[in-house]
Design a protein around this ligand. Structure first.
Ligand code: C2E
Ligand code: CA
Ligand code: CA
Length: 520
């Protein structure tokens, strides 16, 4: 259950880890797209404003130039030439002209021959400033001009309105418009709407108008409003560009989150982590397998075997989790809990049957542990006597005498009995048999299984029995399942045995009943 929940949550988090950065990427791209589009449009209105200011400067300086230094009478050949010369060096001026009333008498563009009626000015300011906008001039087809007259002057500057809006564009299909603040169109490129002005004067610098993003810029100095607009599709293109820019970052973040989630999940799903949790939650308990005296048929003790029942009810075999606990330095905590459980479980049994023993399995690390002495001391205190406790060590645990000897001496001195578990299955030399003070050997199930069969290992049990006898050690045979095995072992002089033929591991409560029945 726990694993399923961890797995489910990890999947859920993984989806979020993927979706959130991508959603953020989309959100930021949309924002960025709009900002980039507005910045592009602003660049255009800036350029229009710059050109507009430049034009005004050129108009002022050209007119001043002509006024202060004319080339003769206004429409004389000399002055027309002068007009041409002055206008030629001003790149935003189309030309210069001379206006009397509402008629342009001559200009550098049309010459002096034909007077051009201009009609009423498009704008007249109290100062005397006048302008005629969008005028066609004879002899110049398909081209409109703006004519500007400064106060008190009859000379006018002729500008090409397109020059202001002829800005190079990074985005196709843009509209560029210049209007006066009172709504008079000065220049336009591309479609526009007059309503833009009202929205701008209401303080909106950018807005969307019928599928177009519009940006406005109001120039106080000239009283002009510049508009630049691009289609919303182009804004989307900016957003896509930003999206592709952000995507690698979003994916990198997602990947990082995924790695983090699954690293944690793997840790949570790992047996190591679950053993820790099981220790904390006390999910371990003990079963006891009776050890029988083969000749008397009595139960002389039991081996404590750890069991792990998870919260979902599933059992995990010690063959699976004990090696993992050993590998990750958790076995001492496991053994500590086993010793505590033996203390609570067995105290009564030992009071009732003082001749019985309980065997506890020790892993190599337990024999090397510093705290083992204290734990054993506590066990003696809880159980009442040390000679009721047997420690089963494996050959692996005895590999490093310098670490173990002291512990074993002290264990023996306290009165505990010590046996070698799984004797003959480890790849160790037998030299430790002389080094340590031991009580018995356990013949592994593997050799018991071979008894009476025509197998290469069928003789091993007899060698072990001979060795034990010669060293004065008692023998416990493990995993006895058949009457034949039991009888062979008994005849060979083995005193003790455990196995399914006698009893499977059971709870302490059942062991007490079993013992009463067997030993009655
Ligand atoms: P082991 O110490 O050699 O324990 C004997 C194993 O053989 C036990 O398996 C027991 O249930 C099983 N067994 C006993 N009689 C028979 C039989 O007649 N037939 C068969 N097929 N099996 C029999 P279990 O309980 O699964 O334990 C497996 C191993 O886990 C133990 O081997 C021991 O190495 C380790 N272990 C169990 N409890 C503990 C513990 O508290 N601490 C430590 N460090 N290791 C433990
Ligand atoms: Ca054992
Ligand atoms: Ca064993």
């Amino acid at each position: 259950m726990r694993n399923k929940a961890i797995f489910r949550n990890s999947i859920l988090l993984s989806v979020l880890a993927l979706v959130l950065p991508l959603a953020l990427c989309v959100y930021r791209a949309v924002q960025r797209g709009k900002l980039d589009a507005v910045a592009t449009l602003n660049g255009v209105t800036d350029e229009m404003a710059r050109r507009s200011a430049e034009t005004r400067e050129q108009i002022a300086s050209a007119l001043e130039d002509l006024q202060s230094n004319p080339g003769g009478a206004p429409c004389s050949a000399g002055n027309l030439e002068r007009m041409r010369l002055v206008a030629a060096v001003k790149d935003y001026l189309g030309g210069l002209g001379y206006v009397k009333g509402d008629t342009m008498l001559c200009s550098s563009l049309t010459g002096g021959g034909v007077p051009v009626p201009l009609g009423l000015p498009s704008e007249v300011r109290p100062s005397g400033f006048r302008s005629w906008d969008q005028k066609a001039l004879p002899g110049i087809p398909r081209q409109k001009f703006n004519l500007i007259g400064e106060p008190g002057q009859e000379n006018v500057a002729i500008t090409v309105p397109e020059l202001i809006v002829d800005v190079p564009l990074a985005v196709k299909g843009m509209s560029l418009v210049q209007m006066t603040a009172d709504g008079r169109l000065k220049r336009a490129r591309g479609p526009y709407s007059e309503t833009w002005l009202t929205r701008t004067l209401a303080g909106q610098e950018s807005f969307v108008d019928s599928g177009k993003l519009v940006v406005a810029r109001f120039e106080k100095s000239s009283g002009l409003v510049m508009f630049a607009a691009m289609s919303v599709n182009e804004v989307h293109r900016f957003a896509w560009q930003a999206f592709w820019r952000y995507l690698p970052v979003a994916l990198a973040v997602a990947a990082l989150l995924l790695v983090m989630i699954w690293t944690v999940a793997r840790e949570l799903l790992s047996l190591r982590f679950q053993i820790k949790a099981a220790l904390r939650d006390r999910e371990f308990f003990l079963q006891y397998q009776p050890v029988m005296d083969l000749s008397a048929g009595r139960c002389v003790g039991a081996e404590a075997l750890i069991r792990w029942k998870r919260r979902d009810g599933s059992m995990v075999s010690p063959l699976v989790f004990i090696p993992v606990a050993e590998q990750h330095g958790l076995i001492e905590q496991v053994t500590a809990q086993v010793m505590e459980m033996v203390a609570t479980d067995a105290a009564q049994l030992i009071r009732d049957h003082p001749e019985m023993h309980i065997a506890i399995n020790f892993s190599p690390d337990d024999l090397h542990s510093k705290e083992i002495e204290d734990r054993l001391q506590r066990l003696i205190h809880d159980v009442g006597a040390s000679n009721n406790i047997v420690i089963e060590a494996t050959e692996r645990g005895l590999l490093f005498p310098e670490k173990v000897t002291e512990t074993l001496v002290s264990v023996r001195a306290k009165g505990f009995r010590v046996g070698i578990d799984d004797f003959g299955t480890g790849n160790s030399s037998l030299s430790y048999l002389g080094t340590y003070d031991l009580d018995f050997l356990k013949i592994d199930k593997m050799f018991v299984d071979a008894l009476g069969k025509n197998e290469p290992t069928s003789q091993v049990a007899f060698h072990i029995i001979g060795l034990a006898h010669s060293l004065g050690l008692k023998i416990v045979a493990e995993g006895v399942e058949t009457k034949e095995q039991r009888d062979i072992l008994r005849e060979a002089g083995v005193q003790y045995a455990q196995g399914w033929i006698f009893a499977k591991p059971m709870l302490m409560h059942d062991l007490a009943a079993f013992t009463r029945l067997q030993n009655a």
